[in-house]
Design a binder for this molecule. Structure first.
Ligand SMILES: Nc1ncnc2c1ncn2[C@@H]1O[C@H](COP(=O)(O)OP(=O)(O)OP(=O)(O)O)[C@@H](O)[C@H]1O
Ligand SMILES: [Mg+2]
Length: 531
């Protein structure tokens, strides 16, 4: 999203990271507010540009939320009152009021991300660059950040550039959009025109807003009426001209095979003890996970999703209650016993990866479990193939992009051939195509007999792929059922800061009985309407 005439496309060169802190050769010129980035100091450039990157942990320095926020403001020589005013404003905007004394490293993924945004916001520079600022946020958190952006845009003279895969939200705030692919700018256009290029976008791995994508899948006669709307309101109006009365779709009742639960959770409670106060993260959860499950675990930031799954292989122990894994009480098993059954892929792959070669990283886990020789080789090959990293075995994971590091992390746990695979935030830092391919991989593994839990804030992929959706709210389970039921209850979901996918929201006005889960499904319903 751009609000200036100049073309500032390379985000790192904007903050003078290139050529200062990133190795490489810079050709051509990059200018920021008239200053050539090669001729001016970083201080001069960064006083004009505040940046938020997709990896919040690398940008948090303070030992408290307050300290993290005021560091740069004190350096800038602002008065105490001005600092307080800005901090209050930024915390309020990012829903972090009351967090002032919290220790930043113990915040949930999304809370950390909001803190980084708050710190940037408080600097009030003329240019604000947000690089994937909402990749770890719950849907309403995402909406709030984009609302904040919208408000900043309306109320200040700030130039705002947002790099994001979330096209539904971009469509609401951006004046202009630019598509980058293979290091080049492929398309720059005002919003409406930009999103009507559905095929060009999809080819570059960019998903247009679901309501616009629907246009490209309709029969010609409906396409002409519907067009390529970019927001929900517009789409509703157009669709009303096509669907005249509500359509009732009965839910299909799927029969599940007889099986013993793989995991049984009884009255689980978890209390984190910390100096800044105890946090009651799980407050009495009861749950059964079946060997055939493909679960989307969703819920607001800090709801307890990561905390819950960490009990399945003893990364955390129950404060109260029981965890039964494959028939055994977890409290009587070692972590190694459990890791062979339940594999957990960390929210941040950098917490998991420590080898300097992809192959070594992937063979480490199964090696520890006693795999050797051909069996080990086979397990590694299988895993490399499953995540699509064939041919990259010799590379150093630390030089790979975050999405690729996530794949290495996932491969390293698949190689242990667990019965349950937990993937925490697979879409963080991944574009739509990669997110999708991760879900397709999970689907494949599920069909081969593994239980899958995917924790994510991307409702479009949960709706499309998961067979069961569990919604958490403040340490409890709020909803548990098939996606067509769960996403049919927007009012309940709101309690956990979740919104159904845009296509479900659109179709809910025209279809009753179940939620419509994908653009493909919506197009099928419309294309087969009786005249
Ligand atoms: N090690 C810790 N010490 C203290 N509190 C913690 C710790 N880890 C998490 N918490 C707190 O416990 C609560 C639940 O956190 P958890 O990480 O399970 O949330 P989550 O649902 O995974 O959120 P997100 O979607 O942001 O990743 C949050 O309030 C968080 O701040
Ligand atoms: Mg989490």
């Amino acid at each position: 999203m751009l609000r200036e005439r100049r073309n500032w496309w390379s985000i790192p060169s904007l903050a003078r990271k290139i050529p200062l802190s990133v190795a490489g050769k810079l050709e051509g010129r990059a200018e920021v507010m008239g200053l050539d980035t090669r001729k001016h100091s970083r201080g001069e450039i960064t006083s004009r540009v505040a940046m938020v990157f997709d990896d919040p942990e690398s940008q948090i320095f303070g030992l408290s939320v307050w300290e993290d926020m005021v560091m740069s403001l004190e350096l800038a020589g602002l008065s105490r009152e001005e600092i307080q005013k800005r901090v209050d404003y930024a915390l309020e905007r990012t829903r972090l009021t009351g967090y002032m004394d919290r220790f930043p490293y113990l915040l949930s993924g999304g809370e950390k991300q909001r803190l980084v945004i708050a710190s940037a916001l408080a600097r009030m520079t003329p240019i604000l660059v947000l690089d994937e600022p909402t990749s770890e946020l719950d849907p309403i958190g995402t909406t709030e950040v984009f609302d904040t952006i919208k408000r900043l845009r309306e109320e200040t003279a700030m130039t705002i550039i947002v790099v994001s895969h979330k096209s539904e939200q971009l469509a609401q705030v951006a004046d202009r959009l630019a598509l980058m692919s293979d290091g080049q700018v492929k398309l720059v256009a005002p919003k409406k025109e930009f999103f009507s290029n559905v095929d060009v976008l999809l080819k570059s791995g960019v998903r247009p807003p679901q309501v616009a994508e629907l246009g490209s899948q309709l029969k010609e006669k409906y396409q002409k009426i519907y067009g390529y709307p970019t927001d929900l309101e517009e789409a509703r109006k157009s669709l009303k001209k096509i669907i005249k009365k509500r359509i009732s779709i009965p839910r299909r009742a799927e029969k599940m095979p007889e099986a013993d639960p793989l995991i049984i959770i009884k009255d689980l409670q978890h209390m984190y003890k910390s100096e800044s106060g105890d946090v009651h993260a799980i407050k009495g959860v009861n749950l059964e996970i079946m060997p055939y499950d493909f679960i989307g675990l969703i819920g607001q930031n800090g709801a307890g999703k990561t905390t819950l799954v960490k009990h399945f292989n003893k990364l955390l122990s129950a404060t109260e209650g029981n965890v039964i894994v494959d028939g055994d009480d977890a409290s009587r098993k070692t972590m190694l016993d459990l890791v062979a059954k339940v594999a957990y892929s960390f929210q941040n792959p950098d917490h998991q990866i420590f080898n300097t070669k992809v192959e070594d990283e992937i063979s480490f886990g199964p090696g520890n479990l006693g795999f050797s020789g051909e069996e080990l080789e086979e397990a590694v090959d299988e895993a490399v193939e499953a995540v699509g990293l064939v041919g990259r075995e010799e590379e150093n994971p630390f030089f790979m992009g975050k999405g690729e590091r996530q794949k290495v992390a996932t491969a390293s746990i698949i190689a242990m051939r667990p019965k349950l695979l937990v993937i925490d935030e697979p879409t963080t830092g991944m574009d739509w195509l990669t997110g999708r391919s991760t879900m397709e991989m999970a689907e494949r593994l599920n069909k081969e007999g593994k239980a899958i839990i995917v924790i994510t804030h991307d409702m479009t992929i949960v709706a499309e792929y998961a067979k069961r959706v569990i919604v958490m709210m403040q340490g409890n389970i709020l909803l548990d059922g098939p996606p067509e039921d769960v996403f049919n209850q927007p009012e309940v979901l709101k309690k956990s800061f979740i919104e159904p996918p845009q296509i479900s929201q659109l179709m809910s006005e025209f279809v009753e009985g179940k939620a419509v889960l994908s653009v493909r499904e919506a197009a099928e319903i419309i294309n087969t309407l009786e005249e």
